[in-house]
Structure formats: C-alpha cells, structure tokens
Design a protein around this ligand. Sequence first.
Ligand code: GLU
Length: 289
Amino acid sequence: MSPAPLPFSPPYVGRLAPSPTGWLHLGHARTFWEAHRRARAAGGRLLLRHDDLDRDRCRAEFIAAAEEDLRWLGLGWDGAPLVQTTRRPRHRAALERLHAAGLLFPCTRTRRDVLEASSAPHESEPDDEPVYPPAFRPPEGTATPPLEERITVNWRFRVPDGRELRFLDGAAGPQAAVAGRDFGDFLVWRKDDTPSYQLACAVDDAELGVTEVVRGEDLLRSTLRQLLLLEALGAPAPQYRHLPLVRDEHGTRLAKRHDALALRTLRGQGADPAGLRAGFAAELGERPE
Ligand code: GLU
C-alpha cells in the first residue's frame, strides 16, 4: 500500500531579525548560523528583517554593519532586506483589529508603577517585563476609548487569566505557562506612537509567511505573548526554536557587552569565519560543513 499523502506543508521560510542597536556579536552569529542552516537544510528561504522599532537606540550604521558582518560570516539571505518600521501600516491595522475585538485597554501607569506593584519577573528571565497587576486594569464594564490617530497612551493586551498555554519548542522542548501568573497584560502600542516588539514581531512573522522562528531562549516568554496575539488575529503560528544563550567566561550574556566579542572586533583580529562556523556546528551538535 502506498503511504497516505502527507498533509500540505508550506515551504520553509525562516528569518534573521537583528535589532540595529549595536554591533552583532558571537551570540547573534551562532543563532543566525542555526537559522541559516535550518533554512538551507529545508531547501527554504531565509529573510533578513531589521527590527528597528526603538527610535532612540537604532542607528542606520548598525543596519549596514549587520549586513556586512553577516556576509563576512558567510550567511546569506533571500530577497531584499526588510526594515520593520516600513511595515507600520500593517502593525496599525493589527492594532485596530485587536481593539475592535475588545482585547485592549489603555494604560496610564508608568513603568515604575508596574514594577513596584507587580510580582517579580521569572528568575531565569530577569529582563522579562514584570507581571502587570490586575488591579491596574480598568474595572469591568468600563467602555474602551477609541484609538487616537496619533497615539499618546500605552495600550495593553488583556491576557486570559488562568489559561494554560503550551507549545513544543524545536530546541528547548515542551513549554507551558499560565497567563496572568507567569506573564501579564503586555504592551502592544506605546505612548510615543510606536508598536511594541510583541505586536510587530507577531504580525511580521505571520504576514511574511515565516514557518520557523530561530532565536535566543531569552525570548521564550515573549513567544507565549506572540502566540496569544496570533490567535487573536486569526493568523497561523510558526514553529519556534529557542537556542541557549552564549555566555562569556563569567556567565554574562553577550548581549550585555557588545564590545569584546563583536564580529567586527573578531574580524579585525583576523578571525576566520569558517572556523567560527565550525565552532557553532560543534556546539549545536551538527557536523561542520
Ligand atoms: N530583534 C530581536 C532581538 O534582536 C529579536 C527578535 C526575534 O528574533 O523575534 O532581540
């Protein structure tokens, strides 16, 4: 008997999503090497998306530098690079749909208010946003104000309290968290009229047809938020593969120190890209090319 036809599975689309807030370092390089390897092994496409939402910290020179560093490392991508802020109308359209569905509320509390009143973020993810105190939510029955043309207040997504969310991560294994306990109502749009990372990332991954997201495990908790947004928007969720973070000899995450292990520093010191790639392959359990 011939085997049953496989259900339709869309062609693999992966993405590299650096934030142009600094030089790429060894941690980015290893994640991007894995994203590149997965896309090539699947015969798929790999997009390059510059996540430039943070107006204060992003600089054009880091966009150019990231492309140069990726090329030096031998990691190519398909098609023209995308710049996230150019997708703003799509982000705004998603915001309006979430608002129309009654899933958002405006929040005038400061970051400090939230920090002081909330339970501490998960210990293993000290950078994660604190759990938003339910007492700060507008009382039941309060009418939601309309969205301003130019937004001047923070908008948050109201999470379904007590709901357990699960997904199977391709690298980190089964993941579970309870909404309202492990993470709370999160920002979707900021009062400086910019979309939040969670909203922009979920919308872009879905609309660009990304089938697998490869990134660092510091974003595991963000994935749960993004899954809620995708569900609310009726968009398909990609597969996820969260990799352990690269740490230096003191156990410090490399993201904290862009200097010493920046790819351009290593390049200036004569590092060999093939050697770096072989090192990543050895660490991530694959045979070198
Ligand atoms: N641009 C984000 C960062 O550099 C990564 C986003 C992602 O991979 O979802 O932290």
